[in-house]
Design a protein around this ligand. Structure first.
Ligand SMILES: [Zn+2]
Length: 68
């Protein structure tokens, strides 16, 4: 299976797409009909105190701003 492993490694993407410097929150909208709408804000602080409410998620498409 050495050949298969080498092939898998060769298939690694070669910096075609740079990862975003700041990860996005990506939380889906709470309405199922808008589940394709995902939060564009920065990822929430993983070190925030327990019980701290989520930030207000938001997603903007042109002039349309979704907040939930
Ligand atoms: Zn969010």
């Amino acid at each position: 299976m050495t050949a298969a492993k080498a092939k898998a490694e060769a298939a690694e993407p070669t910096a075609a797409e740079e990862p975003k410097a700041v990860p996005e929150c990506g939380a889906p909208h709470y309405l199922p009909a808008l589940a394709h709408i995902r939060c564009q804000r920065d990822e929430q602080d993983p070190d925030r105190a327990p019980g701290t409410p989520d930030h207000q998620h938001r997603h903007q498409i042109g002039d349309t701003l979704y907040q939930w």
